[in-house]
Design a protein around this ligand. Structure first.
Ligand SMILES: [Zn+2]
Length: 86
């Protein structure tokens, strides 16, 4: 079953030298390199979320900070609870 080495790995923090499991996803975009809708992502543990988001924030690159769970399963808004739709 586990023939996919990528999905089997636990995502780790993008901070230099940090091996902690990632909890946060920082979505960012460098307007000089990327089209506006493009999103690059960094992963961050609890400890480095602020450090990394500030690094991106001061450059004006940071677009979004969401938990890894949210990022991998974007269930916000629709699909759940169809009562309102019927
Ligand atoms: Zn970290």
């Amino acid at each position: 079953m586990s023939t996919d080495p990528v999905s089997a790995e636990i995502p780790v923090c993008s901070a230099k030298g940090c091996r902690a499991a990632a909890v946060w996803v920082l979505a960012w975009n460098n307007p000089k390199l990327h089209t506006p809708e493009r999103r690059k992502t960094w992963l961050a543990c609890e400890e480095h979320r602020e450090h990394l988001s500030r690094f991106l924030g001061v450059r004006g690159f940071l677009k979004d900070v969401v938990t890894l769970d949210e990022w991998e399963s974007p269930a916000s808004g629709d699909g759940r609870g169809s009562a309102a739709d019927r």
